[in-house]
Design a protein around this ligand. Sequence first.
Ligand code: NAP
Length: 343
Amino acid sequence: MSNSIKTAVVIGATGYVGSSIVQELVNQGQVKLIRCTSRDVEKANWLKDLCRDGTCQIEIAALHLNEGEKTLEQLQTVMTGGDVVFFCAGHEEQSPSTIDFMVSSAVSVIEAAKVTSVGTVVLTSSGGSTNPQGLKDSTPKSELLHFSDPDLQISRGRYSPAAKTLMEIKAFEAVGRNHKNEIVDIGLATTESTPRLVIMNPNLILGPQIDPSPIIKGNSLPWMVQILKKERMAEYVPNDSMSIIDVRDLAKLHIAAAVNEEASGRYYGVNQSYAWREILQEFHSILPTFYQPPPLNPDEDYGSKIPTQFDHTRKNSLGVTLRPLHETLVDLVDFFQSRNALT
Ligand SMILES: NC(=O)c1ccc[n+]([C@@H]2O[C@H](COP(=O)([O-])OP(=O)(O)OC[C@H]3O[C@@H](n4cnc5c(N)ncnc54)[C@H](OP(=O)(O)O)[C@@H]3O)[C@@H](O)[C@H]2O)c1
């Protein structure tokens, strides 16, 4: 059953993922009002240009996360009247404070949804929460079965993925479910004010940045620039794989899950995992004179390494067609060139 969204709230709308969700909501043409949040309302005004033809209204509201009562009050104000809230604020600093930020922000959003009757909460998490120790690359990863161990992640100083693992656990608890999305508190899970919870688990997100600033920002794009300029990954091709999705397709998955009343729990925001050898060769085919991949490491057996496998059933149930890697990387390179990032 599908549910039309008239008013959407996007928390973290200025970010790479958040702005792509705003753009896709505009493209799909159903939403009448998109309320976007930022810590700096003035600097976020460019978001209003994403709907120039006036088919929907884009509002910018101030929001400072992780500031206790003040945050809850601000959340209730911005979420009032919303049908769905997309929570895509976050950062990946390897610090214990990242855990506190992600957990308290996501739980506050869910608690505010209960008070404001927002029916659906979609959280942008990461694939960092889906890696149990010892899982073989050949075993398809499943959203319902595979969870990282947050204590192990913390003991290894992996605070950013631990933050996502714990954010998910606490968010599920807040809607009466466990990490497998099973109902464990029937009263809470079935109360009308408890929102439907959807979680997206992407790994590497690529594709054009919507933020018009000349600076290449965010958690993934600066790293790609460094690779193309041979400032990183210059010695050998890594004998490893990377799970990738186009940011525009990830936005579509978020929205598809928001409108589908049956959607609940985690969904991989991943097209597939590609060997680095393939990714770097694609970059070479797009920029044949600018970018030459580094050599293969003679000490590595590239043929025996299997890219990470995924069970795509749940993601496919959302009905979004994902772009091939080549198209994503062509558009990414075009974007970098438009910002003079490859000089
Ligand atoms: N990019 C990737 O490849 C990738 C991969 C996997 C998972 N993720 C996860 O996806 C989420 C979104 O990533 P992204 O790449 O879109 O991040 P981003 O571009 O850095 O955007 C982060 C957003 O969070 C908001 N924010 C940060 N601190 C805030 C605070 N204290 N109060 C309120 N808002 C705050 C920022 O808003 P203002 O600055 O306007 O206030 C901004 O809109 C993150 O949790 C990230 O870890 C990203």
